[in-house]
Design a protein around this ligand. Sequence first.
Ligand code: HEC
Length: 144
Amino acid sequence: MLKNLSLIALAAALAVGAGYAKQSTVKVVIPITRTPATNGQQMFVAYCAPCHGVDGRGQGPVASALKQQPADLALLSKSHGGRFPSNHVVAVLEFGDGNPARGGTAMPVWGRLFGTMDQSPTQSNMVAMRISNVSRYVETLQAK
Ligand code: HEC
């Protein structure tokens, strides 16, 4: 059982479609390997940095292939009156940043992806732990 699930997690990959002009579509595939749920930094580097950059400023290696530019995560506190908006970040990670008016977004729904990573009776706690630890790490990246 455990073996099967870790295989699924290791095989998981993010496919991000980016429209170019009208005809061609570029597909960026970000492989997702399982990292410890307790390590926010490791999760950030593995799952977020491809788009948001290791410093969170939005200049990750695949950013230029995206139609919609990744947010500058270091400005979250600044744009929220000087307080890190952890509830907002947790909600975006859990449910996605889909804005129907904009036809959705390239920002993956992490709650769903994290849900495939751990096999345990307390699985939803593991998802919450991952989200909380990633959010706390993003807080450490805030511009002063
Ligand atoms: C495939 C590229 C991609 C990956 C990978 C990705 N993001 Fe994003 N993210 C985006 C884009 C694009 C936006 C901008 C969406 C928008 O403006 O609606 C965004 C927006 C966000 C926002 C909302 C910012 C705001 O101003 O409200 C947060 C928070 C965020 N990302 C955190 C993360 C974290 C944490 C991870 C890793 C677990 C991650 N993202 C991984 C592309 C990505």
